[in-house]
Design a protein. Structure first.
Length: 605
């Protein structure tokens, strides 16, 4: 989350689709939506979206949606077993809303209402003819579903949302840690070459994050809203179109990024007085520029599949690419035959940056996710305005926070070398713990966006409420973890007793703000799902640059609080962000969000 360790997926980045695991049935059933129909009023087509069962594997799900009235279904759209599952999934949610009888029975008798219990007046044997629960299993509930959605009586439950969000978040934590390891591998492989090389790769990594990777991640957050809402509404090919628009946009942005990286040596000489350090960092960045378009493709591709609920794709790809990257670092840096020293590290990163989108392309083409790809279109070069309106605030949200933590690391270097070393340890620890609520933030963002795209504002509200309570719980876990291990964490990274002592003294305040950090991350995810990135952008700018950094520098240098002072300002600002964003989310007019999502989808078309 902080300092040089912010090379992991950026905070407040975002993604989870419209899938509702069962809450009361014995088996966990996922909501699939409306069965195919052809007599839907065009004015109601957004309210009546068709959904296929979502398969949750390692925290991800797959949901296929299509507008019933306007979008033709391919001949192979659903297999017979999938169609049966669609109907069963409809019943699951209808049962939860007491529109169809429950599946359970008491002593062999159908349990038609949740509040109904067997009494002495109940018959011992069922009446002749099909039992009500059998009728519920054999009847097509399409008409009931349509009427229920139109009447606004379909909703989810907190149990359902808790199960889904928990399943989504778990594997994403692994994904983020694996992506974080890509940069760490370069630091480890180059660090043993010498002090200058280690400092150069750290400087180059910080520069590439600020001027490149974080920009890609921030701009790509527009897809957290656009793709997820398009998928929730059933406009499958619009998901692919929005992804194409963002990809071409990022390619345009890549041009100035590459120019900066190619000229980085001269630029760094204006800031860093060591010419040799600037030369090494500049050469690192010049090689890294070759992989910039690949990283852009990875960011948009990742959101393309995540909007469909396919979260396992990035997990499996990184499970392959992370070890490959580590092996490449060894071979290209240290191997006696093919290794070529310092520049082997950025070469390994370049190969990995291109390998990730290539594998993702193969996954979509041959495994799943291709139903949202409608082919290349000239429309992708048009109508960028709605995307840019979301992309720029998303960039401000992420870059403002990332840059603030980088400035804290820079400030720590003015205290002493030992303070800088301790700051690096603290930054790494808080980055790792942040991945837990950050995963929940992504899950919440996509899920809320899918609900709004499907015009189910009340369900989006319930999911948001569950997510906020879940983030509070995760924050408490992080506080407990860091507080309990404060005397041991420093020993993992350093043998210097002064560094260990500094880490132990500062960790309590780092642990404390984990609570606000968790709440702020999830609230930011909800805002992204609603398409209100601009609110988070303004809040972050004000909190970090008007409050946090001035107070941090004043406390650290004027009051003599050192690292404790640097982190105090951040803690106060995150508390402020958490309070403001939580209030905004709690006062959301969800039906207004549904209307805005509908307008956004029309603009996208």
């Amino acid at each position: 989350m902080a300092g040089l360790s912010k090379s992991a997926p950026s905070r407040n980045t975002l993604q989870v689709p419209y899938n509702l695991p069962g809450s009361d049935d014995d088996d966990v059933e996922n909501f699939a939506g409306l069965a195919p129909s052809t007599d839907i009023d065009p004015d109601l087509q957004l309210a009546n979206s068709y959904r296929r069962r979502s398969s949750v594997v390692c925290g991800s799900l797959i949901t296929r949606s299509a507008l019933i009235s306007t979008l033709p279904l391919p001949p192979t759209y659903l297999t017979s077993s999938e169609r049966e599952q669609v109907i069963e999934d409809e019943r699951s949610l209808l049962r939860d809303n007491h529109i169809l009888p429950r599946k359970r029975s008491i002593h062999g008798l159908p349990w038609q209402q949740r509040s109904h219990a067997a009494t002495e007046n109940d018959p011992l044997l069922a009446q002749e003819g099909p039992a009500p629960d059998v009728l519920a299993t054999t009847a097509d509930p399409s008409s009931k579903w349509k009427d229920s959605v139109e009447a606004g009586i379909i909703s989810t439950t907190w149990q359902r949302e808790a199960k889904v969000l928990a399943k989504y978040s778990g594997p994403m934590i692994l994904t983020f840690i694996l992506q974080y390891s890509l940069t760490v591998a370069s630091v480890f492989s180059v660090g043993k070459l010498g002090t200058n090389e280690l400092a150069a790769v750290s400087l180059a990594s910080m520069t590439s994050n600020i001027t490149g990777y974080t920009i890609y991640q921030g701009l790509a957050t527009s897809l957290d809203t656009l793709c997820s809402q398009a998928y929730g509404s059933g406009r499958k090919t619009l998901v692919g179109l929005q992804m194409q628009r963002c990809f071409w946009f990022l390619l345009v942005i890549t041009l100035p990024i590459v120019v900066v990286w190619e000229s980085s040596e001269a630029i760094l000489l204006l800031i860093v007085p060591d010419p040799e350090l600037c030369r090494l960092a500049g050469s690192y960045l010049r090689v890294l520029a070759i992989g910039a378009p690949g990283y852009a493709a990875w960011e948009v591709g990742k959101r393309f599949v995540q909007a469909q609920g396919i979260f396992t794709a990035s997990t499996w790809i990184l499970l392959i690419c992370a070890p490959t990257n580590a092996l490449l670092n060894y071979l290209l840096v240290w191997h006696p035959v093919i290794g070529f020293g310092f520049l082997g590290a950025p070469t390994a990163v370049v190969i990995t940056n291109w390998l990730m989108p290539l594998m993702l392309f193969l996954y979509v083409a041959f495994v799943r996710g291709s139903e949202c790809w409608g082919g290349f279109s000239k429309k992708a070069l048009q109508n960028w305005t709605p995307m840019i309106k979301l992309a720029l605030p998303g960039l401000v949200m992420i870059l403002s926070e990332f840059l603030a933590f980088e400035l804290l690391t820079l400030a720590a270097s003015y205290l002493s070398t030992k303070h800088l070393a301790a700051q690096s340890v603290l930054a790494t620890c808080t980055s790792v713990t942040f991945q837990i609520p950050f995963a929940l933030s992504i899950a919440t963002s996509t899920r809320v966006a899918n609900f709004l795209g499907a015009t189910l504002g009340d369900a989006a509200k319930i999911s948001s409420t569950v997510a906020m309570w879940g983030s509070l719980l995760l924050g408490i876990v992080n506080v407990t973890l860091l507080t309990a291990a404060r005397h041991d964490i420093g020993k993992i990274f350093s043998n210097d007793s002064d560094v260990i002592d500094l880490v132990a003294k500062t960790l309590p305040i780092c642990a404390l703000f984990q609570l606000w950090d968790s709440l702020a991350a999830t609230a930011g995810g909800i805002l992204r799902g609603q398409g209100r990135q601009r609110i988070g952008a303004w809040i972050n700018l004000a909190a970090y640059y008007i409050l946090a950094l001035p107070f941090s520098f004043f406390a650290a240098f004027k009051l003599g609080w050192g690292l404790y002072g640097l982190w105090s300002g951040v803690s106060i600002s995150l508390l402020l962000v958490a309070i403001i964003e939580t209030i905004i989310v709690s006062r959301t007019k969800w039906h207004t969000m549904v209307s805005e999502a509908r307008e956004r989808l029309r603009d996208g078309d």
